[in-house]
Design a protein around this ligand. Structure first.
Ligand SMILES: *[C@@H]1O[C@H](CO)[C@@H](O)[C@H](O)[C@H]1NC(C)=O
Ligand SMILES: *[C@@H]1O[C@H](CO)[C@@H](O)[C@H](O)[C@H]1NC(C)=O
Ligand SMILES: [Cu+2]
Length: 165
């Protein structure tokens, strides 16, 4: 019985990564969306998946957010003002895979202060959650930990149900 439980638990754990919780990524972490921050560095080691979202935190109206294409990202071309996100707590769902580009449209923030973010969103496949041991401290680490804990609890729940039937 004990070994049956173990096998079921392992099976459930392995089968469950597809229910990983969606992540909300706070752009720039505690620094938020601002001038002179290296968003290339911020995005470098992160895995953005379809179903996740970005949160741009900033003090309106000192910044804003435009989603742009590669050309406008590289040239820091500012789109029409009515396309801006301006709340100061803008949430952008990442609903499709691919490369996404975002810039600030205030003053020369994009061109002169590097206030621009490029990310690559991957399909929500079986990208395993990072083992807690190698997760860096901070918001993303906490989220990964929560995700891993959730999976463990879900696995335990499934195993329990299977064992009791
Ligand atoms: C920003 O970070 C990236 C990746 O770590 C690095 O290659 C780049 O030189 C940095 N840019 C600036 C302006 O420091
Ligand atoms: C990028 O967006 C701009 C403004 O919307 C548009 O004029 C331009 O044709 C687009 N470029 C590409 C390569 O899609
Ligand atoms: Cu700005």
């Amino acid at each position: 019985m004990a070994s049956q439980f173990a096998i079921l638990a392992i099976f459930a754990f392995v089968a469950l990564p597809s229910v990983a919780l969606a992540m909300q990524w706070t752009v720039g972490d505690d620094s938020g969306w601002t001038n002179g921050y290296n968003y290339t560095d911020w995005a470098k080691d992160k895995v953005f998946q379809v179903g996740d979202s970005l949160l741009f935190n900033y003090q309106a109206p000192h910044h804003n957010v435009f989603k742009v294409n590669m050309t406008d990202f590289q040239a820091c071309n500012i789109p029409p003002a009515n396309e801006a996100l301006t709340t100061g707590h803008d949430v952008i769902p990442l609903s499709t895979p691919g490369v996404k580009w975002y810039i600030c449209g205030i003053g020369e923030h994009c061109a002169k202060s590097n206030q621009k973010l490029k990310i690559t969103v991957v399909a929500d496949t079986q990208v395993p959650a990072s083992p807690p041991a190698v997760v860096e401290p901070g918001t993303s680490g906490t989220n990964a930990l929560v995700s891993a804990s959730f999976k463990f609890l879900a696995a335990a729940g499934v195993a329990l149900v299977l064992v009791t039937v």
